[in-house]
Structure formats: structure tokens, C-alpha cells
Ligand binder design. Structure first.
Ligand code: FPP
Length: 256
């Protein structure tokens, strides 16, 4: 077992068996996650939805840790969509509070482990305290190279594409014919991030929910029935084992 995974994986556990079957030289560079099912997890336990989000924050910590230890380069988490503003005010406010305490409490962990935090989404419309805190942590961690945690906040895939079109047209109004896929990708929030190799969705829903519409063109999709608060390192390892069984052809007839 890799040295940095030793203390994290119990000998003889299901996680160890999964880990042993992984080829650690063929892991995805970028994993994106649609964290779903917090509300249903809470409902099952007769708890308020907010408790589901609180429990979901613990899963975030565990997934960040296993990904960093495995050497994943980018982990993108869909934490708040543009559509989530439709939720009750109290729930939205809990989500911001959780994020604020995550940033306040975890920024030392990010620094200690050389983890960079980056936000994608329409940041200008976030509450000002959150904006300030995000700005502070993004700045503190911007040079770290071990793994980048990309938080999608007030994010919508269609809105991202529309914004990119507007920016491109402003910059190239006299030369629209020069637009190609590579150039266009430079105008997305993810211009400096490779496309996800693996997209994970929890809670069994078979939807993309306006997440990274452009970037997931060739991502492998893995869906689990587990609600996000129950998602643990075991499930992440299951997703990776499954990912390594796939043949990625990118439209070609031969695997690449
Ligand atoms: C989806 O479950 C989850 C969200 C909209 C928010 C995700 C937020 C967290 C995991 C908490 C904190 C995040 C960080 C980064 C610290 P849902 O509410 O849609 O569940 P449901 O479909 O069962 O109602």
C-alpha cells in the first residue's frame, strides 16, 4: 500500500481490497461530484434538511482527504447551483454558514496539505461575507500544487456557456470565424482546469443538473444509490475501480 494511505485504510478492510485492485498509475486526473441526497438522508431520520447538509460537510472532508492521498489532481464539488436559490431562505442560509465554517476551520488543513481552493460560478452574486472568505482562502492557497479543490458555487452550466460567448464576442468582435472549441474553452470558468475524467453522482438520480455541461463531454459517469452524507472513501474507491474497467475511446474505435 502507498505510504500516505497506510494510516487511512484499515488493514483487511473492504477499502484495502478495493485499493489493492487499483492501478495507481491510471487514476483519473480530475473527479467531479454532484453531491445529492442530503435532504432525503435527513428526512429518513426525521431530521431537518439542514442536518443533512451538516452531515454532507463531513463527507466532503473524507472525500477531499482520500483524493489528496491518492494523488488526484483536481476534485470539483457541486456545492450550490444557480437553481438552489429557489430553496427556503433558512436552508440557503445554513448552506452559507456551513461553507463559511468549512473555510474558517479547514483553511489550515488546506495549507498544511498543500491544497489549492478555486471557485467556479457567478461569484458576484454570493453573500458578501462568503465572497470575502472565499477570496481570502483562494489567495492563501493559490500556489499549492498537490490537489485543487474546485468548488462550484452559484454555478450553472448553461449560464457559464452564455457568459463565455459574450466574453468571446467582446474580445473578438471582428473575427468571430476564428472561434473553435479550444479557444472557446479558454472563456469558461474552467479555462485552467482539465476536463473531468470521472463524474460521480450520489442518491441514484440519472441527471446532469446543469453541471459542467461543456466539460463532461467525454467524462465517465458513475452513479451510486448512496445519499451524499453516507458517501465514504469506500464508495470513492468503488467508483475508481469501476472507472478503470471502462474503455475510454473518445469517439475513436481504439481505447486511448
Ligand atoms: C444536495 O442535496 C446538496 C446540496 C444542494 C448542497 C451540498 C452541500 C454540502 C454537502 C454541505 C457543505 C459543503 C461544503 C463544500 C462544505 P439535496 O439538498 O438536493 O438533497 P435532496 O435531493 O435529497 O433534497
Amino acid at each position: 500500500m502507498r505510504e500516505n494511505l497506510k494510516d487511512f485504510i484499515e488493514p483487511g478492510s473492504e477499502e484495502e481490497i478495493l485499493l489493492e485492485s487499483l492501478d495507481l498509475t491510471r487514476l483519473p486526473r480530475h473527479i467531479a461530484v454532484i453531491m445529492d441526497g442530503n435532504g432525503r438522508w435527513a428526512k429518513l431520520r426525521n431530521l431537518p434538511r439542514e442536518e443533512g447538509h451538516r452531515a454532507g460537510a463531513k463527507s466532503v472532508q473524507e472525500v477531499v482527504e482520500i483524493c489528496a492521498r491518492l494523488g488526484i489532481e483536481y476534485l470539483t464539488l457541486y456545492a450550490f447551483s444557480k437553481e438552489n436559490w429557489k430553496r427556503p431562505k433558512a436552508e440557503i442560509s445554513t448552506l452559507w454558514k456551513l461553507l463559511e465554517s468549512y473555510l474558517k476551520e479547514e483553511h489550515n488543513v488546506l495549507i498544511k496539505n498543500q491544497l489549492c481552493l478555486k471557485v467556479i460560478g457567478q461569484k458576484d452574486d454570493l453573500p458578501s461575507t462568503i465572497r470575502r472568505e472565499l477570496h481570502r482562502v483562494e489567495n492563501l492557497t493559490k500556489d499549492f500544487k498537490r490537489m485543487t479543490i474546485v468548488l462550484a458555487l452559484n454555478y450553472g452550466g448553461r449560464a457559464e456557456i452564455v457568459e463565455a460567448v459574450k466574453k468571446f464576442c467582446k474580445d473578438n468582435s471582428t473575427d468571430l470565424d476564428s472561434l473553435d472549441e479550444k479557444k472557446f474553452a479558454n472563456y469558461l470558468f474552467t479555462s485552467d482546469i482539465p476536463d473531468p475524467d470521472l463524474l460521480i453522482r450520489t442518491s441514484g438520480e440519472m441527471r446532469i443538473s446543469n453541471f459542467l455541461l461543456w466539460q463532461i463531454a467525454y467524462s465517465e459517469i458513475w452513479i451510486t444509490q448512496e445519499y451524499w452524507p453516507d458517501f465514504r472513501k469506500k464508495h470513492l474507491l468503488q467508483a475508481l475501480v469501476d472507472f478503470q474497467k471502462r474503455e475510454r475511446r473518445f469517439g475513436d474505435i481504439h481505447p486511448r
